[in-house]
Design a protein around this ligand. Sequence first.
Ligand SMILES: Nc1ncnc2c1ncn2[C@@H]1O[C@H](COP(=O)(O)OP(=O)(O)OP(=O)(O)O)[C@@H](O)[C@H]1O
Ligand SMILES: [Mg+2]
Length: 395
Amino acid sequence: MLLKAEDVFRPGAFPEYTYISRKSAVSDLSYEFRLMQAIKVSGFLTSLVGPSKMGKTILCEKVIGFEKIVEISGADFDEDTDFWQLAAVKAGLSYEGQFSSEKTIPDTNDKYSKKETYSLTKDKIIEHYKNENLVLVIDDFHYAPKVKRMQVAQQLKDAIRRGFKAIVVSLPHRADEAIRQNADLSGRLSLINMESWEVNDLKEIAKVGFEKLNMTIDEDVAMQIAVESLSSPQLMQYICLNICTILEMSDNNNHKIEPNILETAYRYTTANFEYGDVVSLMRKGPNTRGKVRNKFRAKDGREYDLYELIVKSIAESPPIMKLTFENVKERIFRLLIDDCKKPTQQSMKESLAKLQELLDGREDIFKVLDWKEGVLYILDPLFLFYLRWGGKRNV
Ligand SMILES: Nc1ncnc2c1ncn2[C@@H]1O[C@H](COP(=O)(O)OP(=O)(O)OP(=O)(O)O)[C@@H](O)[C@H]1O
Ligand SMILES: [Mg+2]
């Protein structure tokens, strides 16, 4: 069967043909093995934590399989949601219902039908999960309201003791109080921390995928895409898919991926990302209340203020998610012509702090960086990718 590119590279779904197994840094065991091992320990709850888009959901689906996995999301909960009702419905059980039964009146032998209602008990639901070998995955647990998280933890504590199997998935440092820091659960937790992806693992996605499509890609070209993917398997899948689309649209029958297609593929990939407002807010910086900002002369012949320079410096090569202050400073100086006035260290630090403040008070999509103890962390790989290749890059 001839596979299509969209079946092979799947940035938004289970990558059946390009699934890559990784080893966890701490134990030298694969994540699949660790999760399987954790599920097998009866009486324990599994807590899987890792940064956004690193493959937490995909890992659960791979290990448990679509037949046996019951997925619910923290977002399915509001403060009134009944945990067991949700667990029943998602497992295909009808939690509440009515049935008619025929009764006979003893004296007259007349028959009549009576409607009765029932609702499943927690015990019945647990039994069903056990009999069918189902595993409940509570994904994105941090989305559930805080009080609900504590209640769910309480329910899970009791259920796992009776052989109910569950995995709670969340982002690092979010929702910890209900699970990892919950004294009630201590000694009953299997902890799995998922690390960011290394370029060597990311590279495999391209190698395996293009081979499935009867195409070849040189090691160093796959490596370039992996570096640009910034530890995100999703980005890697996305870029590879776009390379295929570009080749298809241009009726290119070349079966080898040439490096000259990469830049176009990167640019096309940013088309679906919505960081335009984030970038322009960062470039503008905080309100100056009428004061004019200092401008600095850059090697490209234009003048930029400090906020524009910071944004430009983040976008410079090589793409890095963690920049020390020295890195930022050195990148800014590199952008400027040699014998011009340079911004001071203090002004740079102040601007970084103000930038963080500016972004902090806004919606989640604006939470793209963290300036902490002299280090600038880029929190969202897709944002950095956008900054490097997005349409407004040179504005
Ligand atoms: N093991 C893998 N091999 C290849 N590609 C993968 C793998 N894991 C994840 N991906 C790619 O990354 C995408 C995102 O993965 P996934 O949805 O599992 O991340 P997540 O950690 O659950 O993210 P979120 O925190 O947003 O829930 C997948 O749709 C897939 O394209
Ligand atoms: Mg997920």
